[in-house]
Ligand binder design. Structure first.
Ligand code: FAD
Length: 506
């Protein structure tokens, strides 16, 4: 593996601020083109928006209503690519869309879905079709008022793992990835960026130099410009909070539901972590500082009401077992309505005073790879180190080389290679790590060889891997971002995981 990281006394080609999906995607692409890259993330990878999404790899059916054809076409093309790049953490899903007389006419849904099926030329997923809920199994959980609707394809992603796998690939190609490291100041001098970084664990500061800086700070993009870099900028970001609730499983089957609300918004109900249903999201303008955000009681009520209009089984506020919320860092296109603000991205390149600065406004998980490619194309004329050819469209992410026959065949092979692994554990490990599962199980020939069980089926061997390879530093990193085991473990087990990680990383 080539070590392209900059020696201490030499400038990096690229300093990337932000370890969300956009920062990690740009780091991977840039290092693969031969650039020396440093990416800094103030907390854990994907601590903010990139772990709080609805986790859809989708074109965004509803954006067609806002004539966002460029974005939808790009996202649909990316959907196909991502399904191949990371078949362990990204998989196809069918979405059931009941027709409701009160919202959009059936012809409009049909026309929208026709466009959705045909905008991208590389679609391999099953196309949309009309369904009669009186006879189709997906109609079973729905109230009898809903007799007709449609079913169409999109994708599902384990969002925070997508970020980690991009960072991991970048690191394996030579990028320097530093978590819990904040950019506190950067100035241009002699055509270079002079940056001051703070280690948020030790409080120590260090100085680095870089030829170009990428501001991929998500919700902080405007603040980083104004406060940390002291650079006036005409573009701004609009923060819109979106929240989700998780309840015990409301319906059976692998299909998800997309429900139209009387306010014309849509809400998804998605099978989640085997035993649960994920319901979201909301669109609430956010005018306070970026940071950790939580769901408000009226959002819980709104989400329950949204699904209760459609499902026979009533979802009560008291059923909620977990919630999460995040801030969409949307490019401010001056729309009056938070749901109408563009979900497309804008790249702003500032080359004044020599050292280039590229700021990322907006974006979707789905379009992160293409965004990275566009970002580097934009930088290439002023940063020759990233001028190499784009290469990420066909290269799998770590663990994505699961072999012939897709996930089921890979699971069967794992079953033969490690017959002692319980079926549910084999499934979970393959879904999280893909082919890297073999790195975790190593020479083990029995469950006992994987070390102590900390809770559920989480062993010390797996936790060690997450600490050594995936930058996990706290129990929360493991329970809520590297996995969603937090939903399955008891409070005592979660504490045990945290204690173990603390002792290992002390
Ligand atoms: C509710 C909701 C639902 C969504 N659903 C979907 C969906 O289903 N599908 C889809 O494709 N997209 C979806 N999105 C959009 C998608 O999640 C975002 O576009 C994407 O995650 C943004 O990534 P990012 O890297 O720009 O920002 P972030 O993930 O927020 O990353 C920015 C990072 O920068 C770091 N940072 C900031 N300042 C500094 C500093 N000074 N030093 C070091 N680090 C710093 C932050 O800690 C943060 O981790 C959704 C978003 C939301 C909120």
């Amino acid at each position: 593996m080539a070590d392209t990281s900059a020696p201490l006394n030499r400038p990096y080609d690229l300093l990337i601020v932000g370890g969300g999906v956009n920062g990690a995607g740009i780091a991977r692409d840039a290092v693969g083109r031969g650039a020396s890259v440093l990416m800094v993330e103030q907390d854990d990878l994907a601590s903010y928006t990139s772990s709080a999404s609805t986790k859809l790899i989708h074109g965004g059916l509803r954006y067609l209503e806002y004539y966002e054809f460029r974005l939808v076409r790009e996202a649909l093309t990316e959907r196909e690519r991502l399904l191949k790049m990371a078949p362990h953490i990204i998989w196809p899903m069918r979405f059931v869309l009941p027709h409701s007389k009160l919202v959009r006419p059936a012809w409009m849904l049909k026309a929208g879905l026709f466009l959705y099926d045909h905008l991208a030329s590389n679609m391999t997923l099953p196309k949309s079709r009309a369904v009669d809920f009186r006879t189709h199994s997906s109609g079973r959980p729905l109230k009898d008022d809903y007799t007709k609707g449609f079913i169409y394809s999109d994708g599902w992603v384990q969002d925070s793992r997508l970020v980690v796998l991009n960072a991991l690939d970048a690191a394996e190609r030579g990028a320097d990835i530093r978590t819990r490291t904040r950019l506190i100041k950067a100035t241009r001098s002699n055509g270079l960026w002079q940056a001051e970084l703070e280690d948020r664990v030790t409080g120590k500061t260090t100085h680095v130099q870089a030829r170009a800086l990428v501001n991929a700070a998500g919700p902080w993009v405007a603040r980083l410009l104004a406060e940390t870099l002291n650079i006036p900028n005409s573009k701004s970001v609009r923060l819109v909070k979106g929240s989700h609730i998780i309840v015990p499983r409301v319906f059976d089957g692998p299909q998800a539901y997309i429900f139209q609300n009387p306010d014309k918004r849509i809400v998804f109900a998605i099978p989640y972590e085997q035993n649960f249903t994920l319901i979201g999201t909301t669109d609430i303008p956010w005018n306070e500082a970026p940071g950790k955000v939580g769901i408000a009681p009226d959002e819980i009520k709104y989400l329950c009401e949204s699904v209760n209009r459609y499902f026979k089984k009533d979802v009560k506020e008291s059923d909620v077992v977990w919630t999460y919320a995040g801030l969409r860092p949307l490019y401010d296109d001056a729309s009056a309505n938070a749901s109408a603000v563009t979900r497309d991205y804008v790249l702003d390149l500032d080359t004044q005073d020599g050292a280039p600065l590229l700021s990322i406004f907006g974006g979707k998980i789905t379009t992160y790879r293409k965004l990275a490619e566009h970002a580097l194309e934009k930088l290439a004329p002023v940063l020759p180190a990233v001028a190499g050819v784009s290469w990420t469209a066909t290269e799998v992410l770590p663990g994505g080389d699961i072999g012939e026959g897709g996930f089921d065949a890979a699971l069967a092979r794992l079953g033969r290679a490690a017959p002692w692994l319980p079926a549910a554990t084999a499934w979970r490990l393959l879904r999280n790590y893909g082919s890297r599962v073999y790195e975790i199980i190593g020479e083990a020939t029995s469950l006992k060889d994987l070390g102590e069980v900390l809770g559920g089926d989480l062993t010390t061997r797996e936790v060690d891997y997450l600490i050594e390879r995936e930058w996990a530093r706290t129990g929360e990193d493991i329970l809520w971002r590297r996995s969603k085991l937090g939903l399955h473990l008891s409070e005592a087990e979660k504490q045990k995981v945290s204690d173990y990680v603390q002792q290992k990383t002390a």
